[in-house]
Design a protein around this ligand. Sequence first.
Ligand code: SAH
Length: 498
Amino acid sequence: MFLTISTTGTSERPATDLGYLLHKHPEKAQTFSTSHGTAHVFYPEASADRCTAALLLEVDPVALVRRGKGRGGAPDAALAQYVNDRPYAASSLLSVAMTTVFKSALKGDCRAMPERAREALPLRLEVPALPARGGAELVRKLFLPLGWTRVEAEAVPLDERFPEWGDSRYVRLVLEGELRLADALRQLYVLLPVLDDAKHYWVAPDEVDKLLRAGEGWLAGHPERKLITSRYLSRRLGLTRQAAEQLELVRLAESDDLEVESVDNAVDETTDTEEKPLPLAERRRSAILEALRTAGASRVLDLGCGQGQLVQALLKDARFTEIVGVDVSVRALTVAARRLKLDRMGERQAGRITLRQGALTYTDKQLKGYDAAVLSEVIEHLDLDRLPALEYAVFGSARPRTVLVTTPNVEYNVRWETLPAGHVRHSDHRFEWTREQFRDWAGQVAGRHGYTAEFVPVGPEDPEVGPPTQMAVFTMTTADGTTTKTADGTTTKEAEAA
Ligand code: SAH
């Protein structure tokens, strides 16, 4: 199993700096003992212009099989186990060896040249025989989104003397591009076993952490992240789900978006001149507070609370005894905590508030048993295909008695003078709905989960295109354990311990 890493340089920035970055001196050949065999690091070339480091892993197949047995592998899978291709092409083992041999380089640590470690270098990586389930096509799909300018995956024939035998499952992989060395190594660390797709050491729960650490900065946004996660974790469903959830948090936090919703803050000019015109965001909060009071809610979830403006408004009304703000964005939550002056708040007030990070597309037991949930200008930030997941988490799992959902009415966009035709109101909006589309969706959601839906316009209603914001008020119709109607018609909570 063989990997070479090459770079080019000049007399001022010699290629041999690679030695510092890898923490391996170009003039020495070194040997390391790893859990599956012996790893050798040496430099076939080392000049200011070009420098190549090679990692050769000699796998001990007998030790490998013994290890497998010790860990519950088949006790006697006969000779086949000894005559496998692992010594030649065990790419997942190479990946394990990398963690021993290039530990600091994988982390991007380099005390001698910290700036160099942070910079992109002209790199060329080659793995002459890489087992690749999914072939050259998958190899390209995996590496091309990662910034490589050349991704070559050439099928290796089964036997050069007999071309009619066809290709083996190996490819010769060459990657070229300007990348940080640590990023390139971390990609390989994850993608070699993904392509091999035959990880044979035990997949422990901390594999998820390893994957997330190695995937930092590139995995969350990778178009093939599902395949990568599933194969890396040997298709263990529980772990794959856990990783997917974490990655979604990362991805959302990366696309974290705290732009001011400019249209929202636009003043509505059509109101009476005597009255101070109200920004739409403020009108929305009033409409939400009003609906929560009407519903008699006191324990309220603000899902996708953003920077906490609604939480702040809820806090001013003592009838709201418990307020939970949930958002995926740590930045937004930090701003919210600052806005609320949580650190200087008296104990009693602070006791009413919880701010939590979470993704609304995953069920969360801690969100069960509340009176009401608000999704104010949140659904349009989700990709349409994630909406069913949010629907299930809120209406199927958390199941508050009342749910308020607000979203822009796209029909109204023609009335915003500052909005170019055909544009959505905010760069992060994945969709904006007409009144009919919203009613359709809300009606179906209500039907599926035992709620009724009523619709409330927010902001000045235009005779033709309707209001700028639309709100649906969902009310649970089926008592299902958490709430029951008493004889006098008021709703009380049952013991939630059940
Ligand atoms: N409710 C606030 C903020 C709306 S902006 C208001 O009305 O002003 C949308 C918010 O939803 C953002 O803060 C964003 O971080 C959050 N969000 C988007 N997708 C999310 C998800 N899947 N899980 C949790 N929060 C999400």
